[in-house]
Design a protein around this ligand. Structure first.
Ligand SMILES: NC(=O)C1=CN([C@@H]2O[C@H](COP(=O)(O)OP(=O)(O)OC[C@H]3O[C@@H](n4cnc5c(N)ncnc54)[C@H](O)[C@@H]3O)[C@@H](O)[C@H]2O)C=CC1
Ligand SMILES: O=C(O)[C@H]1O[C@H](OP(=O)(O)OP(=O)(O)OC[C@H]2O[C@@H](n3ccc(=O)[nH]c3=O)[C@H](O)[C@@H]2O)[C@H](O)[C@@H](O)[C@@H]1O
Length: 440
């Protein structure tokens, strides 16, 4: 099939590349000229395992093209995906301006029947708005063209995006017409050779499915963080409790890791957007509000432990921070807990020596830009030299079996704050560390 993917970010670039990998002819469109110029030169603007090789291969083969010209891209397109951002607006709702701008452009340039697929995460009812925006432009042009708008929420995780897209748990499609449903089934069939995991439904339910999935996952995390905070106060160990409850198949082990809060571009904004939708429709979403409130506080838990140990005034102290990205295997720092922790400590006068395998550029150029108390270093051990304690924020694999002698040697004293509960507290005590975890 001939496919256009409009919006070449984490979702658009991964989706477009995976569709090309399956033999489709794909054009990725973006308004960011710098991004498109880089991609044309074979420079991948984000870090995502496995993505670079696949982009380069398909770009060379001619199955994956990049452009800023939406008119050219959709001229011969069967299916156009909208994969632009839906950031959080000031009142918590999803900002649809980018989605509707793309819909308008599609209406301005469409030449034949097309399936327009909304892959961005959007509130229930957005497909109707997309349809109306396209129709308005067609009416202005005085042309009578048929098109279908379909909802196809994306469930990939950053850091495992290629794997998730190539082997999806499910493909959810909300469509009104049989033709569109069939087109989407044909497009995704190669990704579901083992078993058909295609779930067709009405559009509103598909839109809602995306928010329900993210809200459920965020709820599991906030629930577990709340259990951790209770464990800590009553003298229990949340790591043992996690094992104890995860073994129940009804609960399961996934997404019950306590930590210093969830970040990323999706859970924080999607939980709040769903809560806003609920309120707009007259329902008070008590669970969603609590999930968000627990997470807001959780991002401060590690900084609070540092403050409790060293005092409110941190001038003259230096802390090594391992991990800046919101999770391992990505350079994405949107809503990362590291931002809250670092800002809380530097506001109290501390200096930070930070190391992240991939997110340094994002931190330096955007998310911690201007914070002159942060120094970036090129290795995890360099961060420790002369520091008063180590704070682990993101559990990259290279932090899992560190050389504890080296940590001990380089730190002023062996004090370790572990925001992702990576180590056994008895072992850390034997190694001579003053070791702080979450929920223990
Ligand atoms: N990042 C993730 O892991 C996931 C994101 N999503 C959802 O997918 C959507 C996209 O998210 P990301 O890929 O993270 O966003 P992103 O911010 O990485 O990328 C969005 C891209 O759209 C481009 N864009 C904006 N307006 C445009 C226009 N009029 N024409 C062409 N390009 C335009 C931007 O320049 C940017 O490159 C969001 O709704 C998000 O909630 C869904 C599942 C996973
Ligand atoms: O809509 C989206 O954008 C995506 O949001 C999440 O994916 P992502 O944000 O990339 O990463 P996750 O692996 O879900 O992690 C999110 C945050 O939760 C935290 N987390 C995760 C799991 C856990 O047990 N505990 C925990 O604190 C992570 O550290 C991270 O900060 C969902 O997992 C995807 O299915 C969804 O498509």
């Amino acid at each position: 099939m001939k496919i256009s993917v409009i919006g070449t970010g984490y979702v658009g670039l991964v989706s477009g590349t995976c569709f090309a990998q399956m033999g489709n002819s794909v054009t990725c469109v973006d308004i960011d000229e710098g991004k498109i110029a880089k991609l044309r030169q074979g420079i991948i603007p984000i870090y995502e395992p496995g993505l670079e090789t696949m982009v380069l291969e398909n770009h060379e083969k001619g199955t994956l093209a990049f452009t800023t010209d939406i008119q050219e891209a959709i001229a011969s397109t069967d299916v156009a995906f909208i994969a632009v951002g839906t950031p959080m607006g000031e009142d918590g709702s999803a900002d649809l301006q980018y989605v509707l701008a793309v819909a308008k452009s599609i209406g301005e340039h469409m030449q034949h029947y097309m399936v327009v697929v909304d892959k961005s995460t959007v509130p229930v009812g957005t497909a109707d708005k997309v349809k109306a925006a396209i129709q308005t432009e067609l009416d202005k042009r005085g042309v009578d063209l048929e098109f279908d708008v379909v909802s196809n929420p994306e469930f990939l995780k950053e850091g495992a995006a290629i794997e998730d897209f190539m082997h999806p748990d499910r493909v959810v499609i909300g469509a009104e017409s049989e033709t569109a449903m069939q087109v989407m089934h044909d497009l995704y069939a190669p990704f579901m050779k083992k078993s058909d995991r295609f779930i067709g439904m009405d559009i509103k339910s598909a839109e809602m499915t995306k928010y329900a999935a993210n809200a459920m996952l965020a709820t599991k995390i906030s629930f577990m963080n709340e259990m951790a905070n209770i464990c800590e106060r009553v003298g229990a160990d949340v790591n043992k409790v996690r094992h104890g409850i995860g073994s129940d198949g009804r609960i399961g082990y996934s997404f019950i890791y306590p930590g210093c809060g969830y970040g990323g571009s999706c859970f924080p904004k999607d939980v709040q957007a769903l809560a806003k939708t609920a309120k707009d429709f007259g329902y008070t979403p008590r669970i969603l509000d609590a999930v968000e409130a627990v997470n807001y506080d959780q991002k401060m838990v590690m900084a609070d432990k540092v403050i409790k140990r060293f005092g409110e005034e941190l001038s003259g102290l230096t802390f090594a921070v391992w991990g800046l990205a919101f999770k391992p295997e990505t350079d994405d720092m949107r809503e990362a807990s590291s931002i809250t922790i670092i800002n809380a400590l530097t506001t109290r006068g501390a200096k930070i020596k930070a190391y992240d395998p991939k997110a340094r550029h994002e931190a330096e150029s955007y998310y911690l830009k201007g914070n002159e108390r942060v120094e970036y270093v090129d290795s995890k051990y360099d961060a420790l030299t002369g520091a008063d304690a180590l704070i682990l924020v993101t559990e990259w694999q290279e932090f899992r079996s560190p050389d504890f002698d080296e940590i001990d040697k380089r730190l002023n004293s062996p004090i370790f704050f572990d925001g992702r509960n990576q180590f056994d507290k008895e072992r850390m005590a034997r190694l001579g560390f003053e070791y702080f975890q979450i929920g223990v």
